[in-house]
Ligand binder design. Structure first.
Ligand code: ATP
Ligand code: ZN
Ligand code: MG
Length: 501
């Protein structure tokens, strides 16, 4: 690594008749502090003009110039303040050149905000930044940019493969009752009705089935494990997603949340007038009258729960802590991927979250999988499988090694065979839920502590009710006569189908 920073210190007064040379010589010691001998930062060039001191600071890996310049600033402001009552007004940097080796060669050009130039020579990267202010230098933006370049290259090498997928278990093959598209068939019978983009109304019959499924989750998973119900907000603000990590990558899938600039009717008069005259909502004018997004609609249920625990210490008696939420929908902008009720923009999900010491979390993950096994084999009688998946960013952050044979931290996807999509081997199965051991990600992100020495872990499982319904109808058909006995017993008599004339 090679860093070259051309920067200036701006003083409150011109430095006339002051022996700067010896002061700068003195600073050599502090620019080495913490580095192996001879490997700290160096001042290569000094030029004084009135109240401005231009410097070139260089370094290798240790004491990078953006740190060194603050060490120098502290030293000089102390000495000059004491001796001459001169202070330092600020730091500016005209140019910062950073040369470093990346882990892999990039496949395409990389662009980054703040970067004037990013050039590669094999694995050697030359990054050039211009006109930087004190905040930029002081807040470690440079190190984050270096990390981000490596992250972008890593992503190029993943080539659109969003996750690493590995089968861990598969049920017996089950003879499907039919091979029809469940959404289409339910739509024909008015069980469900499409409403705009990726949103559905569930009529009485479909609702009865979904509610029965929900009850199965309560009776066969949540009650046996003593999980308490909570109500979690569904409008999520940036502070939550910054701590949960979602602020790093969620933007293309969010339904944004924008409050009005004011509730004053005068602000809205033109909008209401136009609507009353034309019968159309003037959305362009609405857009002018709303604030920037303060966040978005619930994407995953657990992040907006964590502020409940943030900064707190949980007593050992309350661990593992187990809660679940089913208090509202999640929303995702799924764009082109929408299909029937299998991929929707507004969906219903139960999420169960557990928090504890690593062993407790691991044990619960295992127990949860066993309860699910019973539900899918004995009650819904599904053909399904489990796969261990590693999202690329987790692998890349080193959160999970792909070769981690223990597979303790990471996600299990539960997938169901959809006969209407074709043969088992070639067709895409439906992920109808997942169960994750999220490691220390959330307790760390939200600063949740325990009395014990070990770092807390957490896990969560998201049960997608639209997906359960799809998987079930896709395999078992629409006629209750063909449904497994255990499910029929629980669902009871279905409401009479609604017919429209
Ligand atoms: P997919 O790969 O199908 O997009 P995902 O990996 O984005 O799913 P997760 O973020 O793991 O899904 O969400 C957990 C669960 O939430 C899923 O297993 C599924 O049951 C449900 N879910 C997620 N997105 C949707 C959607 N668009 N429509 C219906 N259910 C969904
Ligand atoms: Zn979760
Ligand atoms: Mg998705």
């Amino acid at each position: 690594m090679k860093f070259t920073l051309d920067c200036s210190l701006i003083f409150t007064k011109p430095l006339k008749g002051i022996d700067l040379k010896s002061l700068i010589k003195e600073s050599a010691v502090i620019l080495e502090r913490g580095a192996p001998e001879g490997k700290g930062a160096r001042i290569d060039r000094v030029k004084l003009k009135d109240n401005r001191l231009d410097l070139r600071i260089t370094s290798g890996r240790y004491v990078r110039p953006h740190d060194a310049v603050f060490r120098l600033k502290n030293l000089l402001s102390e000495e000059l303040g004491k001796r001459y009552r001169i202070g330092i007004r600020g730091i500016k940097a005209e140019k910062y050149r950073i040369e470093f080796d990346v882990e892999k060669e990039p496949k395409e050009d990389i662009a980054l905000p703040f970067a004037k130039k990013i050039r590669f020579d094999g694995k050697r990267c030359i990054l050039e930044l211009h006109n930087l202010d004190e905040e930029f230098l002081g807040k470690n933006y440079t190190d984050r940019m270096i990390n981000l370049i490596n992250e972008k290259i890593e992503k190029q090498h993943y080539e659109g493969k969003e996750e690493h997928w590995e089968l861990i278990w598969q049920s017996k093959q089950k003879e499907p009752v039919w091979n029809k598209d469940p959404s289409e068939e339910m739509e024909k019978r008015n069980w469900i009705m499409h409403r705009g983009r990726g949103q559905w109304i569930f009529g009485p019959t479909a609702t009865k089935i979904i509610k029965t499924m929900e009850q199965i989750v309560v009776d066969e998973l949540l009650k046996p494990l003593n999980v308490n119900e909570v109500i979690i907000p569904k409008a999520v603000t940036w502070d939550v997603w910054k701590k949960s990590g979602h602020a790093k990558n969620l933007y293309g899938e969010i339904y944004y949340l924008c409050p009005p600039k004011s509730r004053d009717p005068r602000l809205w008069e033109e909008v209401t007038d136009i609507y009353k005259i034309t019968g159309e909502v003037p959305t362009d004018l609405v857009k002018e009258r709303i604030k920037e997004p303060i966040g978005g609609m619930c994407y995953a249920q657990c992040p907006p729960f964590w502020p409940y625990l943030a900064g707190k210490t949980i007593s050992d008696e309350d661990l593992p802590m187990k809660i679940f939420d089913r208090s509202g929908t999640s929303m995702r902008y799924e764009s082109g991927g929408i299909h029937g009720i299998e991929r929707v923009d507004e969906f219903h999900r139960i999420e169960f979250v557990w928090i504890g010491y690593p062993d407790q979390v691991k044990k619960l993950n295992k127990e949860i999988v066993e309860y699910y096994r019973k539900i899918f084999n004995k009650i819904l009688d599904l053909e399904w499988r489990m796969a261990f998946v590693t999202p690329w960013f987790m692998a890349q952050e080193g959160l999970i090694g792909l070769a981690d044979v223990k597979k303790e931290v990471g996600t299990i996807d539960f997938e169901a065979y959809l006969p209407y999509k074709g043969p088992r081997k070639e067709s895409e199965w439906l992920e109808f839920q997942n169960a994750s051991n999220n490691g220390d990600k959330y307790p760390k992100g939200f600063n949740v502590k325990s009395r014990g020495k070990e770092q807390l872990y957490s896990g969560c499982t998201g049960i997608g009710l639209e997906r359960w319904l799809s998987a079930f109808i896709a395999q078992k058909g629409i006629d209750p006569e063909n449904w497994p006995k255990e499910f029929r017993k629980r669902v009871g008599k279905l409401p009479k189908e609604i017919r429209f004339l």
